[in-house]
Design a protein around this ligand. Structure first.
Ligand code: MCA
Ligand code: AMP
Length: 503
């Protein structure tokens, strides 16, 4: 009987009464208490009829209980599907329907809007609130704290993470137990994590970075986390003296640098700062080192692959690069037209292969075949090069994608809604530089002849359908769009034209 994910990350800490989670109110939860809660949750899931291979969709706020749902899924073989807490009911409708989730966990606040959606797909809805209350923990309260771990093969699915597509349709990336565990082990070794580490954790836990990088690496090393509900500078500054490591998206680092309380003294005992999910400006890297003496370690990954590359722990952490392919990960740069590897130093599309690479997109064999080659190489859609020293640099993207504060936003998804609005002839959604979020969304519209557009009315429609972080921070009506001689819309010209929007 084996269950790689549960045994490696969770089960081996059973009985340990050392802290696992340090909470903002000063309390701590031990590994053992956490695992006992997870086992009660696993029983509750079983009581609701879930068996291994079923999907559990969770749109719940970050809390120890939310993390215990992940552990309970691992223990019972249920596929965990965490969802961004910002998603609207219309976005959730797609995820629940597409995944066929048997159980949906949401907050009491969201339950009214979700009840008809869950009912339409035959899913059971239970609640779990940020304070740990709700109908799901209520059911779990009386359950046994010993759950017999369900046996799973390493190639069995552990999680679905939805990632938007350039066509505007989200795809469920299917991640296996072996994908998650191999990457966690590699990163823990590469970044020298031990049970003495205390990770300052302020990332959300519904995406790869906060869940599979930060939490899995800590779990596999047996360390602990200062588990903050969200990025809050007072808490970050207050708790930093208790931490040894931190992980964040670039916005975390620019915000820390903007805070005068963030000093070399405050970080003196820290051993590692990791950045990823979006490009870290070389300038931020340099300012951070000047302020603290620490060099941020930048790494590169994707939902479909977990982490692919990392700057070295001991060697030179080179600003503007994402370092070397991780042990066990093959990375090549290819010509997008032919698929042939280009010489080192030349720009091409980045492809990766290794135990970290996902199994494919849920029920989308054609999409899977487009991006995952038969020989196992995954076409990332990122453009980059490998320099003479072997460092990988990402220079751009071969996909129309905006990364705002570490969240991915696919313009197509927004354009499809904009194009549907009365009086809109066409739309273009672009990413432009933003001092806090790195990039931010601008929506551009051309009206049909004789139509007058109200950007307020259109923003209100977007507000109903899209999570707040995806909504354009500015909507502009233009007489026409720039086009090349073939008539193709030139987004690069629009990006230049609106480059100073947020500066
Ligand atoms: C919040 N808002 C945003 C974003 N976050 N707008 C655009 N982009 C964002 N990322 C909006 C809110 O809707 C709100 O709008 C206003 O900004 C303030 O919201 P608030 O909640 O106070 O914001 P915050 O808490 O300060 O959040 C900013 C943040 C957060 C800390 C940067 O977005 C964050 O934690 N990002 C991390 C995302 C992440 O984990 N990515 C990893 C994906 P209004 O005021 O108008 O209502 S995994 C991945 O990418 C790969 C695999 C990898 O390599 O890791
Ligand atoms: P996601 O869809 O959340 O998996 O986002 C993955 C994308 O984030 C990658 O394909 C890259 O475009 C981007 N990304 C992640 N880490 C980095 C990084 N360190 N530098 C630049 N881009 C990154």
């Amino acid at each position: 009987m084996a269950n790689l994910l549960y045994d490696t990350l969770f089960g081996r800490h059973a009985g340990k009464i050392t802290p696992f989670l340090h909470l903002p109110d000063g309390s701590t939860l031990t590994h053992d208490a956490f695992l006992r809660m997870a086992s009660r949750y696993a029983h509750a899931m079983t009581a609701l009829g879930l068996i291994a291979g079923d999907r559990l969709a969770a749109q719940i706020e970050k809390s120890p209980e939310a993390l215990a749902v992940y552990a309970a899924c691992a223990q019972s073989g249920v596929i965990f599907l965490p969802l961004n807490t910002g998603y609207t009911a219309s976005e959730l409708d797609y995820f629940i329907g597409n995944s066929g989730a048997k159980l949906v966990l949401a907050t009491d606040r969201a339950a009214a809007a979700l009840t008809p959606i869950a009912a339409a797909y035959g899913s059971t809805l239970r609640t779990l609130n940020p304070d740990g209350t709700g109908s799901f923990p209520e059911l779990a309260k009386t359950q046994s704290e010993a759950f017999e771990t369900v046996s799973r093969a390493p190639d069995d699915l552990a999680a679905f993470l939805y990632t938007s597509g350039t066509t505007g349709r989200s795809k469920g990336a299917m991640l296996t137990q072996a994908n998650l565990v191999s990457n966690a082990q590699t990163l823990a070794d590469y970044w020298r994590f031990t049970d003495a580490d205390v990770l300052l954790h302020a990332l959300p836990i519904f995406h790869t970075h906060g869940l599979f990088v930060a939490s899995n690496v800590t779990l596999i090393a047996g360390g602990s986390m200062i588990f903050l509900p969200k990025l809050d500078m007072d808490q970050m500054i207050g708790f930093m003296p208790q931490a040894t490591t931190m992980m964040g998206v670039p916005t975390f680092y620019t915000r820390l640098l903007d805070d005068a309380r963030f000093t070399a003294e405050l970080t003196a005992h820290m051993r590692l700062f990791v950045s990823g999910s979006a490009p870290l400006l070389a300038e931020t890297h340099v300012r951070f080192e000047e302020r603290t003496g620490h060099r941020i370690l930048e790494r590169y990954g994707m939902t479909e692959t977990n982490m692919n590359t990392s700057n070295p722990y001991d060697g030179e952490r080179r600003a503007g690069t994402v370092g070397f392919p991780l042990p066990g990960v093959e990375l090549k740069v290819t010509d997008p037209a032919t698929g042939d590897t280009v010489p080192d130093g030349e720009i091409g599309q980045i492809e990766v292969r290794g135990p970290n690479v996902f199994k494919g997109y849920w029920q989308m064999p054609e999409k899977t075949a487009e991006e995952l080659r038969a020989d196992g190489f995954f076409i990332t859609g990122d453009l980059g090069l490998i320099d003479a020293d072997g460092y990988v640099t990402i220079v751009g993207r071969n996909k129309d994608l905006i990364i705002s504060g570490g969240y991915n936003i696919y313009p197509k998804e927004i354009e499809l809604i904009l194009d549907d609005q009365p009086g809109v002839m066409e739309s273009a959604v672009i990413g432009v530089p933003h001092p806090d979020f790195g990039e931010s969304v601008v929506g551009l519209l051309v009206a049909e002849p004789n139509a007058t557009l109200s950007t307020e009315v259109i923003m209100a429609v977007l507000g109903e359908q899209l999570a707040r972080f995806k909504q354009p921070k500015k909507l502009v009506v233009m007489p026409e769009f720039p086009r090349n001689t073939m008539g193709k819309l030139q987004k690069n010209i629009l990006r230049d034209q609106f480059a100073d929007t947020f500066s």
